[in-house]
Structures are given as structure tokens and as C-alpha cells.
Design a protein around this ligand. Structure first.
Ligand code: ADP
Length: 487
């Protein structure tokens, strides 16, 4: 069956598959909107990963000693090519991930911004000269790339989560091996094709596609040649990787799960809060780690908020990401639908009410009906689990103190949002929320200039911003002695 993509996207897919290598085994990629087979991708083995690490190690000396200006120039060319090919890349993304085409295009440009940003930051990795403790000595602080980096990325942002890691790594002078998610390897390969076109030397960035994630990732985590692992994915796998990295004391960046509270105080601009709750809950069909997961509404405005929210959710268009007007695509696969539905049925079984939705969408397959639940209580699984689907649980609250305590009552600490027009409350609540990112009257928190990351069990390190490159840099202290006084 012909794929629903342009000739440019097909050509990019074909070049990506060729780049992926001629492994003896392959694994299939499917379109989550209709189950149609899209491609067979090289199923990398432990040996393939070992070879990729060896090549990244051999490429490191030449890449790390290029000037920052040269590295930045290649990154800028890569950025240009990603922007030029944004339409084709968006089609590939929708094809394997399912999100609406306009959203996919948004992700491609969002991801490209990180390449541009770090192309610029490459030149601003300054060391320090510390005032010396003796007249004949000098204390210098050098900043050096950590070395070979391993990156393991998820399927929910198959492009953006890669550029957010690869761009700062390359800017800093590291070489990198990427293992993308098995559901969405084509976007990763397409990015690698464009990086090569931009003049990135061979082996500086290698993509190893693999269906057997644990086996192949095990080689990355065990290798003493890999000095850092950057992972975005579930908290469960993040903990496994953290343990696996202990033996080689690898540097780690972890972007893990979230359980974002979304709080609407009774002084909020309700229409703005509803718009925010739509964007943060239903973007990518709720499959983001910063999606609102628990919506707390102060009891005085609950009825009005719930009414406006239901109206907006009812109007959402569910469909194939390639269809014009689609706002919610399918979930990534059958297992994801199973998981989301399990949470919804558990909540309904324990007394929650589905104001809207409450089950699979009539289109069948991987489509799930946008759902609003009321009467969600702590004994329901949905009150604690990361939903990762288009399901919004509403819970009333009475006071600021109560809601802040409930919002913080979770092992996660990625993103939190709240809506209030009281400036005192804005500062109080923002400071009291135990999260790496807080949106006050705002839900779109991620951009290339801002530090994205979590605290508690949501992660370690920051991506994006001037802090993002530090995750790929080691500090070396150079003590200089013997600077005797002139004769
Ligand atoms: P999600 O729940 O979003 O699929 P995962 O944490 O399962 O998140 O997946 C994120 C990335 O981690 C993917 O690239 C996946 O292949 C990889 N992964 C999954 N399980 C393991 C594992 N046991 N060891 C290493 N990587 C894994």
C-alpha cells in the first residue's frame, strides 16, 4: 500500500533506512492510525552497539579538537536543512507516531530551535581563571567535553527529544550514539541523514535502531568508553539505567515521568485556564511527560470551569494525523490504549463519573475518546499514575494550603501549572510547588532558551538553555606553579 506521504518524505525515509545499515534482522514500523506497515528497520544487536561506540570513540579526538566555531557552523547547516525539510520530516513523524501533521511540524521546528541554540552556545563555553592562593601559582578551570555520549530517546517526541540531546553534545565536542525508541526510528534516521548532509563527519553521531532495547542499551551502560548517558523515558526504565550506570560511574541526565498538577484558583481567568488545560492535556493526545495529569479546581469555580472545559473537549476532532482538522491522533500502540483504558475503568469502577468519553473512540484501533472524569479520589490508580492519554481527571479543592500539599504529594517533580491573578499567590505557590518547572498562567514551558527538567523521581539535569550544555562538559582544574618573580 502506498504510504500517505510526499515523494520528498519517501526519499528521506529510504535514505534513512540505508543509513541504518544492512542488518541481517529487521523489525517493522507501523502507522499507529491504521496499523499499516510502514517500513522494516535494521534491528541492531549488541555487537552493532559495540561497533558504534568504538567508532564514536575513534571520532572523538578530531571532533573535540575542532574549534567551537567550526562545530557551530556544522550545527547551523544542520539546523538549516531541518527547517528546509520540515514538511517531509513532519510527514515522517506523523506516519510513525500519529500526532496531527501541524503538531508534527511544530515539533520539527521546536527541535530545530535546539540545534540553532546550541550552534550558538558552542562558542560560549567559557572557562575560569580563579584568583590564585599564592603569588607563584595560577588556578585555571578548563571546560572539556565529557567524551562519548549515549542517548536513549522515547517515541512521544521522536525528533525533538533527539535534537535536545544531540545538539548540545555535539556543540560541546562530544560524539554520540543514539538509540531511538523502537516505535519511531524513522525520524531519528532522517535527522541523521540531514546531519551528514550538513557536513557532520562520519561516526560523530550514530543512530542504532533496535527492537531489543534492554540488550542493546546494556552495552551502552556497561561500556567504560561511554562517559555519559542521556535518557528520556519512563521513571521505571530510568531507574534501571541509573543502576546499570553505577559500575562505570557514568554521568547521567534523566528526563523521566511526571504527574503534573494543574491548579485553577477561584481568582483565575477561567477562559485562559480552560485554554491552558486544553493545550497541556490534549496536545499529542496527552502523551507528554508534562501533560496535566491531575486537574484541581477550587470549589467555587468548579462548575463553571467543568462546563467550559467539557464544551471545548467535546469539540475536539479525533482522527488520522494526516486528515485536515485533526486535533487528536491515535495513541502510539495497543498497549498504550490498554493502559489508559485500565486507569479509566478502574476510576469509574471506584465511583468516578465520565462527563465525556470514558472509553475507546468509535474509530477503534488505537484511538481513545477524549475523556473528562469527575469525582476522582486518592484510592483510584489514576490519581497517582502518569496517564499518558487524553483523559482529564477533575478534583475540587478548598484552600491554597490544601492544594499545594496535594500537588506535592507525589514522588514526581517535573512540571506543575496554576492559574491565579493574585500576584502574592503567584509567588507563594510557585515557590512552594516542588517541581523543576512551574507554569503560572502558562502551559507552554519548553523552548530552547529555557532549562527543562525535573526534580525528585522526575530526573537529573536540564535540557535546553545555557545550562543544557553543562550536562555534556567536564570541569578540569589546572594548577599552574613555578611562576617565579622576574629576576
Ligand atoms: P515509554 O514508557 O515512554 O515507552 P520507556 O522508558 O519504555 O518509555 O522507553 C523510552 C526509551 O527507553 C525507548 O528508547 C526504549 O526502547 C528504551 N527502553 C525501554 N526499556 C529499556 C530497558 N530495559 N533498558 C534500556 N532502554 C530501554
Amino acid at each position: 500500500m502506498a504510504l500517505p506521504v510526499s515523494a520528498a518524505a519517501s526519499a528521506l525515509i529510504a535514505r534513512g533506512l540505508a543509513l541504518g545499515g544492512s542488518a541481517s534482522r529487521t523489525f517493522p514500523v507501523f502507522n499507529p492510525a491504521n496499523g499499516v506497515h510502514v517500513a522494516d528497520v535494521a534491528d541492531g544487536t549488541a555487537d552493532d552497539m559495540r561497533a558504534a561506540i568504538a567508532k564514536a570513540k575513534s571520532a572523538f579526538p578530531a571532533w573535540s579538537t575542532r574549534t567551537a566555531k567550526e562545530r557551530g557552523a556544522i550545527l547551523r547547516r544542520w539546523h538549516g536543512l531541518v527547517v528546509e525539510n520540515a514538511d517531509a520530516l513532519a510527514e515522517i513523524l506523523t506516519l510513525e507516531q500519529g500526532k496531527p501533521l501541524a503538531e508534527a511540524r511544530g515539533e520539527i521546528l521546536f527541535g530545530a530551535n535546539f540545534i540553532e541554540w546550541f550552534a550558538e552556545e558552542a562558542k560560549r563555553v567559557y572557562g575560569d581563571i580563579v584568583p590564585a592562593h599564592a603569588p607563584d601559582k595560577r588556578c585555571l578551570v578548563l571546560k572539556q567535553p565529557v567524551g562519548v555520549v549515549g542517548a536513549i530517546t522515547p517515541w512521544n517526541f521522536p525528533s525533538g527529544m533527539i535534537t535536545r540531546k544531540v545538539a548540545p553534545a555535539l556543540a560541546a565536542g562530544c560524539t554520540i550514539v543514539v538509540k531511538p525508541a523502537e516505535d519511531t526510528p524513522l525520524s531519528a534516521l532522517a535527522l541523521a541523514v540531514l546531519a551528514a548532509d550538513a557536513g557532520l563527519p562520519e561516526n560523530v553521531m550514530t543512530v542504532v535502531t533496535a527492537a531489543r532495547a534492554a540488550e542493546v542499551a546494556g552495552v551502552l551502560t556497561a561500556s567504560p568508553d561511554v562517559r555519559k548517558l542521556s535518557f528520556t523515558g519512563s521513571t521505571r526504565v530510568g531507574k534501571l539505567l541509573m543502576r546499570a550506570c553505577a559500575d562505570t560511574v557514568k554521568k547521567l541526565s534523566l528526563e523521566l515521568g511526571g504527574n503534573a498538577p494543574f491548579i485553577v484558583f477561584d481568582d483565575a481567568d477561567l477562559d485562559a485556564a480552560v485554554a491552558g488545560a486544553m493545550a497541556t492535556k490534549f496536545r499529542n493526545a496527552g502523551q507528554t511527560c508534562v501533560s496535566a495529569n491531575r486537574i484541581y479546581v477550587q470549589s467555587g469555580v468548579m462548575e463553571a470551569f467543568a462546563r467550559k472545559y467539557a464544551e471545548a473537549v467535546r469539540a475536539l476532532n479525533v482522527g488520522d494525523g494526516f486528515e485536515t482538522g485533526t486535533q487528536i491522533g491515535p495513541l502510539i500502540n495497543a498497549a498504550a490504549v490498554e493502559k489508559v483504558d485500565g486507569l479509566v475503568q478502574d476510576a469509574i469502577g471506584k465511583g468516578a463519573a465520565a462527563v465525556l468519553g470514558g472509553g475507546r473512540h468509535e474509530r477503534g484501533g488505537n484511538f481513545y475518546a477524549p475523556t473528562i472524569l469527575t469525582g476522582v479520589r486518592p484510592e483510584m490508580e489514576i490519581a497517582h499514575a502518569e496517564i499518558f492519554g487524553p483523559v482529564a481527571p477533575l478534583t475540587p479543592f478548598e484552600t491554597e494550603t490544601e492544594v499545594v500539599a496535594r500537588a506535592n504529594d507525589t514522588p514526581y517533580g517535573l512540571a506543575a501549572y496554576f492559574w491565579s491573578r493574585d500576584v502574592g499567590r503567584v509567588f507563594r505557590v510557585a515557590e512552594a510547588l516542588e517541581y523543576g518547572m512551574v507554569g503560572a498562567n502558562e502551559v507552554l514551558t519548553s523552548n530552547e532558551g529555557a532549562p527543562f527538567g525535573g526534580i525528585k523521581e522526575s530526573g537529573i539535569g536540564r535540557e535546553g538553555s545555557r545550562y543544557g550544555i553543562e550536562d555534556f562538559i567536564e570541569i578540569k582544574y589546572l594548577a599552574l606553579g613555578g611562576i617565579a618573580a622576574a629576576a
